[in-house]
Design a protein around this ligand. Structure first.
Ligand SMILES: [Zn+2]
Length: 430
């Protein structure tokens, strides 16, 4: 009897403690991870100075702190790929005026070391097609010169212009860069430059850049899990890529706060939540942080080819890539491929008023859900939308610009979806 009386206040106290414990999302934690990952210490999480691997070591510690179990030592899954890099020289001058790398220009990722001056040859601003380029200039006469191509000629930077050895494409908006894995380098010289920097008064462009082609760049995926409380042999996956573009030259870093420190931090926050509440893990909850995304989905492709748990027992994969906004809503890639699962997201959203709008898209092989989807695993790619941050592949994709407008809502919709999926047995069908 006495015991009972004693236990009532203790129980109340324990309940209070557990409600304290049931704190779900932790936006302060997410912000701290994004700030850390996009700091100079990780060199843009690319290949220069092994920024991606340095980030992997940090993330492994975070997975351990979260209390995740591991399939492999330190959560690592090693693999490698070839990549062209620019660790040092990156000088471009217009008539002796130094341009700022990343801000005023970017260099095509397949470029090789080159040290040379070129006279500029201008094309008319009205030109938009390759055939009109050829009708305007004789490519034989361009030897040793650099062709200035107007913005309207689609893909001149991306694909080059056949027969043209050196070109600079003018760009009016912000200049974004990309990387490309496995690609052999090209003897052609292709740049993109802000059109406010490049005027018809300019006569000469001077180039001094240095590439380093790495035949075998060692990379790491990380995989941790929380064992399922009801169906531990079935799996539910959250995945995000933690790599970014790295550096273009010695000093120019692409921080990648939105792309994709935001998704990485969200996956870690989910990992902490399920590790703290294993009873919420109906299936075994797996948390995968992949590298090599920017070089062509290389980490997720490697994982899908070499999974650490059976993919045919995997109920669903949610990929998060660029999730730091949300004022305009949430987008779901592959929603049309899995309409019943998409309807579940819709109904959760309607009931809980998480996002103003959930936009359902078709398939697109543009992020890390794709290799899983190609293996027959149901997979969504979720990203947030909002004018509050439009940074994409720029040197200004920094931590301070990322507001996480709808982070609690995102966390809510993700955990609700994972929790409700088993009540929609036909979600694989359409
Ligand atoms: Zn990207």
């Amino acid at each position: 009897m006495l015991l009972k009386r004693f236990f009532v206040p203790v129980l109340i106290f324990l309940c209070l403690l557990s409600s304290q414990k049931s704190k779900s999302q932790d936006i302060d934690y997410v912000r701290s991870i994004v700030k850390k990952l996009s700091s100079a210490q990780f060199h843009g999480r690319g290949y220069v100075n092994d920024g991606d691997t340095k980030a992997a070591r940090f993330l492994s510690k975070e997975m351990k702190k979260a209390g995740l179990q591991a399939f492999t030592p330190d959560y690592y899954q090693p693999y490698s790929f070839a990549i062209n890099t620019f660790p040092s020289g990156m000088i471009v001058k217009l008539d002796d005026k130094k341009m700022k790398p990343g801000k005023d220009f970017v260099i095509h990722p397949a470029a090789q070391t080159i040290r040379k001056s070129y006279p500029l040859v201008w094309l008319d601003d009205t030109i938009t097609t390759l055939s009109s380029v050829y009708s305007m200039v004789d490519t034989n006469s361009l030897k040793g010169k650099m062709l200035v191509v107007p913005e309207g000629v689609k893909n001149a930077y991306r694909n080059g212009i056949p027969g043209v050895e050196s070109l600079v494409q003018r760009v009016s908006g912000s200049i974004w860069w990309h990387v490309s894995g496995g690609r052999k380098t090209s003897g052609k010289l292709v740049l993109k430059m802000r059109d406010t920097m490049l005027t018809r008064a300019n006569q000469t462009i001077e180039i001094d850049i240095e590439n380093k082609f790495i035949e075998k760049h060692d990379a790491l995926n990380l995989v941790g899990f929380v064992k399922g409380s009801a169906e531990p042999d079935s799996f539910f996956v959250f995945v995000a890529h933690y790599d970014h573009l790295g550096q273009m030259g010695k000093k120019t870093v692409f921080p990648g706060a939105s792309d994709n420190a935001s998704g990485t931090a969200t996956v870690l926050d989910l990992a902490r939540y399920y590790a703290l509440h294993p009873e919420k893990a109906h299936y075994t909850m797996v948390f995968i942080l992949v590298s090599g995304e920017e070089a062509g989905l290389l980490g997720s492709t490697y994982f899908a080819e070499n999974p650490l748990f059976p993919l045919d027992k995997t109920k669903f994969v949610i990929n998060l890539d660029m999730v730091g906004t949300g004022s305009e809503g949430l987008s779901v890639v592959n929603a049309l491929q899995f309409p019943r699962a998409a309807a579940l997201i819709d109904s959760i959203n309607t009931e809980k008023h998480y996002f103003a709008d959930v936009r359902k898209g078709g398939e697109s092989c543009n992020s890390d859900h794709c290799p899983f989807y190609k293996k027959g695993v149901p997979a969504f790619f979720l990203f947030t939308r909002g004018s509050e941050n439009q940074e994409y592949h720029t040197i200004t994709d920094t931590y301070d610009k990322l507001p996480f407008t709808a982070y609690p809502q995102l966390f809510g919709i993700l955990t609700d979806f994972a929790g409700h999926l088993r009540h929609e047995p036909n979600y694989r069908k359409n």
